[in-house]
Design a protein around this ligand. Structure first.
Ligand code: PMP
Length: 367
């Protein structure tokens, strides 16, 4: 530990949850539902599943290191050049590549409090200075969100990168097009803005800020996307970023030559064309979200209005006993004490049946 760079020495290890089978054995119950990791409850896109069947015969071969087919469909979808795309082993990989390529111990990168936990890890892992900007308060019109004016005010000569998740995880809060655009415009071009759109599909088309439309205007803008959420392919680990060709060129120089495996490439390429699956996923999410929000209203629990596939609920007391009680009734949620949100749990939206069970468990535990 002593030999690690200073930033790494300060990091706390990520402690993953136990596998469901192990929890079922420990608790002596069956059919535990996991609503903890913002996965798609419908499973993977059927088109993706079909595509990997074909690919199985080719497993002795290395994957296409350039991800040609996937980049081709992505370029079409986003109306960008293939040279503006960097593929990653999940968008997590791309976030790490960005930090590795552009940060060093003498510069800093910022992110909002209550924002994706990987940002400080990626920043500190390369020894750079991490700057956490306090989020908006519960009283704000949009609670626990990214405070753009505070971010703007905190930029100094050391700032090289700003991470913004929109919608944000773990809060689900959302920034509007106009304010986001004005913010990006106000930031100097030597600061890279990483707009993490892992949950963008869940925001309604009218509200959605498709940052890729701004790439021509802002050479310092990077958009990250993932197949882990709306496309239901979290286990495959595929994500990507869109940027100007220069940034993509730099990232492609440092990534592992085969950082996305062949099954993942085939699955993601097919999933993009599965509009019906995407539409069904959005519909299931919208109605499940409504059920959970209604339940919170009835129980008098406050929550952050969410544009993602999860809801951050404030239980008004230490959330760990609530978490434990729900677990014993067969539902895994996500404690967020590591963000300092000790009274809250983040609950992923499941299928209608799963949400019916969730609501009845919440009524039992909190009613
Ligand atoms: N960004 C955000 C905001 C996330 O919540 C997540 C996953 N929890 C990721 C990026 C990374 O997802 P993946 O690596 O699966 O693409």
């Amino acid at each position: 530990k002593k030999l690690a760079v200073p930033g790494v020495r300060q990091l706390n290890p990520y402690i993953p949850g136990k596998p469901i089978s192990e929890l079922e054995r420990e608790l002596g119950i069956e059919n535990i539902i996991k609503l903890a990791s913002n996965e798609n409850p419908l499973g993977p896109s059927p088109k993706a599943m079909k595509a990997i069947e074909k690919e199985m015969d080719e497993l002795a071969l290395y994957p296409d290191g350039n991800g040609f087919e996937l980049k081709k469909v992505l370029a079409e979808k986003h109306q960008v050049g293939m040279d503006q795309i960097t593929l990653g082993n999940g968008s997590n990989d791309v976030l790490v590549l960005l930090a590795e390529a552009y940060l060093s111990p003498d510069v800093s990168a910022m992110y909002s409090q209550y924002s994706f936990a990987v940002y400080p890890i990626a920043i500190q892992a390369v020894g750079a200075i991490h700057q956490m900007i306090p989020a908006t308060t519960w009283e704000d019109e949009r609670p626990l969100g990214c405070d753009l004016p505070a971010m703007k005010a905190a930029i100094n000569e050391k700032t090289r990168m700003i991470f913004i998740a929109n919608p944000n995880n773990p809060t689900g809060s959302f920034l509007h097009k106009e304010e986001l655009y004005a913010f990006i415009k106000s930031v100097a071009e030597d600061v890279i803005i990483v707009l993490d759109e892992a949950y963008l599909e869940y925001a309604s088309p009218e509200e959605r800020v498709d940052g890729s439309l701004w790439l021509d205007e802002f050479p310092n803008l990077v958009i990250t996307r993932t197949f882990s959420k709306a496309y239901g392919l979290a286990g495959f680990r595929v994500g990507y970023c869109l940027s100007n060709p220069e940034i993509a060129n730099v990232l492609n120089r440092i990534r592992q030559p085969f950082n996305v495996n062949s099954l993942a490439l085939a699955a993601a390429t097919a999933a993009i064309g599965d509009e019906a699956f995407l539409a069904r996923s959005m519909q299931v999410n919208a109605s499940g979200m409504q059920m959970l929000a209604d339940c919170c209203e009835q129980l008098g629990l406050r929550y952050v209005p969410s544009k993602g596939n999860f809801l951050l609920v404030d239980f008004g007391q230490d959330a760990m006993p609530v978490y434990q009680n729900m677990l014993e009734l067969g539902i895994i949620t996500r404690p967020v004490a590591n963000y300092g949100l000790t009274n809250c749990l983040r609950i992923t939206i499941g299928t209608e049946t799963e949400m019916q069970r969730m609501v009845s468990v919440m009524e039992q535990v909190c009613g």
